[in-house]
Design a protein around this ligand. Structure first.
Ligand SMILES: [Mg+2]
Length: 389
């Protein structure tokens, strides 16, 4: 990703098109079907962009395009793959895409075989991965079955939840004390004290969780807390006249959701956030799924959080470790990229439509995620040798 620096508030641009030679992927980590994928041409994988207009700030700097492309409708995604949108063709498009990003369930045996004699470290995004995407983010609850699956996985493998939500919120939603939690896109990491943690780091402090248990906290953007709080309150005030807009304070970032805002009003909400950010050069904007996110300008993201947690667990720079990261969002691409570029492990994208990604594998939805987690547990319980899907 590149930071555009020619605006008052820098904006994260889309990741560059996936290119295996650029990424330098080790062939042993590549699913064989990726090597023979028929959709490897960038002709199919590059999402076309409209030329920026000159109507106003948000149009000319590409915000509106980014808002639309961050949550494109199914129809547009299929058209980007040069596929008409009849249902048969939609299935064909998805199946073709899966040649490049195979189902982690169908390729479970291959993953399990690669994981033999290795220590798996599991990283999970929350929204769209453990819980379905819903209109009201407060109602994205974890089912008991999924909680059970995550608890079982954590019995055998160190497990971290890495979310854009505040750490407190995602901790409340998941409710399992044995996990690592990285909220605010990894800017607020809490790990059990029992694990080896890089507590010599300047931003690592000891604290207590809600049950009073001692935990390690790592907060690389701690100095930004008052600024985020201030911008959150300004955003709430300035968007209160826009029907459907919802602003959330994620402690180290503020989110403006436009999922429930009429698309005709998107320019208004974009302009509003743009105007607020003009006064905060130390903050930047990123695009999530129908959400504008305001974050500190620091070199930190979900990928860095994965590296930090691995290091904390004493699992970095080791050949006998296999990190798996399951995510569905554009912000998860940073983590997919870290695993892919370092030949370290597998990113698994959760998507029911073809998408450009740095992940290796795919799953369609949270139900398939749960199946995959249960399969890992069953495989481990059988000695880690025989695969059951
Ligand atoms: Mg997500």
């Amino acid at each position: 990703m590149d930071l555009k620096s020619n605006h008052a508030s820098p904006v994260l641009t889309d990741p560059a098109p996936i290119n295996k030679s650029r990424l330098g992927i080790h062939s042993s980590l590549l699913p064989f079907s990726q090597q023979a994928a028929s959709l490897s041409s960038t002709k199919y994988m590059t999402i076309p962009r409209k030329k920026p207009g000159k109507l106003d700030d948000v149009r000319s700097n590409g915000w509106l395009d980014a808002m639309k492309s961050s949550s494109p409708p199914r129809k547009k995604l299929l058209m980007d793959f040069n596929i008409d949108v009849a249902s048969d063709d939609a299935d064909f498009a998805y199946c073709s895409w899966m040649l490049k990003y195979p189902s982690a369930l169908n390729f479970f045996e291959q993953i399990a075989n690669y994981a033999q004699n290795k220590k798996i470290a599991m990283f999970l995004d929350y929204d769209g991965v453990l819980s379905p995407i819903v209109d009201d983010p407060d109602r994205a609850l974890l089912s008991n079955d999924m909680r059970c699956a995550v608890r079982n996985v954590a019995k055998y493998f160190p497990t971290a939840i890495i979310s854009g939500r505040s750490r407190d919120k995602v901790y409340d939603l998941v409710g399992l004390t044995e996990l690592y939690y990285a909220g605010s896109h990894g800017m607020d990491i809490m790990g059990p004290l029992s694990h080896t943690v890089s507590d010599d780091h300047a931003n690592c402090i000891k604290s207590n969780d809600e049950q009073g248990k001692e935990v390690n906290l790592f907060q690389p953007a701690r100095e930004f807390l008052p600024l985020i709080d201030e911008v959150f309150r300004t955003l709430v005030e300035n968007t209160k006249g826009i029907k459907g807009a919802k602003v959330e304070n994620h402690k180290f970032c503020a989110s403006v959701h436009y999922r429930n805002v009429d698309e005709k009003k998107w320019p208004i909400i974009a302009q509003c956030v743009h105007d607020v950010l003009k006064d905060y050069p130390r903050l930047r904007l990123t695009h999530g799924r129908k959400v504008l996110e305001v974050r500190p300008v620091i070199d930190w993201n979900k990928g860095k959080a994965v590296e930090f947690v691995l290091e904390s667990l004493g699992l970095s720079n080791r050949n006998d470790v296999l990190p798996l990261y399951i995510g569905d969002d554009r912000t998860d691409e940073d983590a997919f990229k870290v695993l892919r570029e370092g030949n370290r492990g597998y990113g698994i994208l959760v998507s029911s439509v073809p998408k450009e990604t740095n992940a290796f594998y795919s799953l369609r939805n949270p139900e398939e995620v749960m199946k995959f987690l249960n399969s890992l547990v069953a495989w481990k319980e059988q000695g880690g040798a025989k695969c059951i899907v």
